[in-house]
Design a protein around this ligand. Structure first.
Ligand code: CAO
Length: 415
């Protein structure tokens, strides 16, 4: 079976998380991703949060599968010459440096177009044009400025960031979509184009329903929020605790063992259609016909009591027992799975969502495989490259440099 992006060559100038997740996805789909790294230094994540001395960190290995690594000092004259040839030889260039870094190296969008008019030039920055456009940005800055933090957490506590890397990996997904869209467009136009994704925009896009609620607030309290009917609303979308955010009320409830296991919980959604079955399962058949509880409207001001009653029942069972009982009744629910449980879950191994990879200096480790499954383009997860592992291959194989030219570039410290 051929890979979907076979024949597409990516010049990967990305580092840390947002850019590397994008190019990793493209590599999984079969693109030849050439990761350019500073000689002797490489992507900063190689050395961050190391669990084994002198071995590429899991942070790096889990974000850079299926890529090739070339070291290149793009600030030296020889390095710029080689970099220009790489631009001419690639279809896509991806970067997520601080604003202006590539311009300072002399590679503006205008210059890149001169070198290769078919080039698709894709960037992640923290912000789009505006007051913050020059700022450096990491994940949590994007979560805070994109509306996620102000709407996450408990109403009596501070704003909270979430564990899901929605600013980094979320924006990496957007960038990958922008790139394949531009590649598709290039088939017709013959020209490349600029693809720009701001992390603030990416987070806000994922917080769309919170901007919905901001506007609903002008017309009265948000009745599905825990602040209704007794709490206070001010003039901005509040933090929703564990409320579902959709039209069907949901909450996290305790299960057996919660006193010692921080993940002995399950999320239960009281979808209107399954209310009678849920009421029956928790032993509250009386709620099925009682007008005080029978309709979603009647329950809305009493959601705290509804979930307290559900919890009385769930606390008598493990989260998996609750799942086994409620699932056949079509009650939407999900146990809170720990990372340990996810790592050990056989079905996730079977689908390639959790993959074991072997690495020459680290040995075996687990990673998250491609979350997008194509029926005719399999994604094998191959280990990340060592720093500069493919320098010679790329200089000779992609750029056609001779042994003597490669030796001279090394002598100058360009590679
Ligand atoms: N050869 C020579 N120089 C190189 C090089 C190479 N191969 N690769 C990078 N460099 C240089 C850059 O040109 C830059 O130099 P200047 O400052 O002189 O222009 C320098 O290395 C460092 O780049 P940087 O400023 O991007 O790196 P940083 O560690 O200071 O900042 C980050 C990191 C992530 C805050 C910043 O890159 C950024 O804001 N990126 C955009 C937003 C983003 O993607 N954030 C997600 C990060 S993941 O949480």
């Amino acid at each position: 079976m051929s890979k979907a992006l076979e024949g597409v060559r990516i010049l990967d100038m990305t580092h840390v998380q947002s850019g590397p997740t994008c190019t990793q996805l493209l590599a999984w789909f079969g693109a030849d991703v050439i990761k350019v790294e500073r000689p002797g230094v490489g992507d900063a994540t190689r050395g961050q949060l190391r669990d084994i001395p002198d071995v590429d960190s899991l942070y790096f290995t889990m974000l850079n599968h299926n890529k090739r690594s070339v070291t290149l000092n793009t600030k030296s004259d020889k390095g710029k010459e080689i970099f220009s040839k790489l631009i001419e030889s690639c279809d896509v260039m991806v970067e997520n440096f601080a604003p202006g870094a590539l311009d300072r190296m002399g590679f503006t969008w205008e210059r890149i177009q001169e070198l290769n008019p078919r080039m698709i030039y894709a960037s992640v920055k923290g912000f789009g044009a505006g007051p913050f456009e020059d700022c450096k940005v990491y994940e949590n800055v994007a979560q805070c400025t994109g509306g996620s933090a102000s709407t996450t957490g408990f109403d009596d506590g501070p704003p909270l960031v979430t564990g899901a890397q929605i600013g980094d990996s979320g924006t990496g997904l957007n960038l990958a979509l922008g790139i394949v869209t531009a590649l598709f467009h290039r088939e017709r136009s013959g020209r490349g184009q600029r693809v720009s994704c701001a992390m603030q925009d990416g987070v806000l896009n994922l917080c769309r329903v919170k901007l919905r609620d901001q506007q609903r607030l002008a017309h009265g309290p948000l009745k599905e929020y825990p602040q209704y009917p007794n709490g206070e609303f001010n003039d901005a979308t509040p933090r929703a605790n564990n409320a579902s955010g959709g039209g069907q009320p949901g909450w996290v409830v305790k299960c057996r063992g919660w006193e010692t296991d921080p993940n002995a919980y399950i999320y239960v959604i009281t979808q209107a259609a399954i209310w009678p079955k849920l009421a029956q399962a928790i032993g509250r058949e009386d709620w099925i016909d009682d007008p005080e509880w029978a309709t979603p409207e009647a329950r809305l001001p009493k959601l705290e009591a509804v979930f307290a009653e559900i919890e009385k029942w769930t606390m008598t069972k493990t989260k998996f027992e609750v799942m086994d009982i409620l699932n056949p009744l079509n009650v939407p629910c999900g146990p809170i799975l720990s990372m340990k449980e996810i790592a050990e879950e056989p079905s996730l191994r079977d689908t390639g969502t959790v993959v074991e990879v072997d690495h020459p200096t680290r040995g075996k480790y687990l990673t998250v495989g491609n979350p997008i499954k194509l029926s005719d383009s399999p994604s094998d997860v191959l280990r990340s490259p060592l720093l500069g592992e493919h320098t010679d291959d790329i200089l000779k194989g992609v750029l056609g440099m001779s042994d003597a030219e490669v030796a001279a570039a090394k002598e100058e410290g360009a590679v």
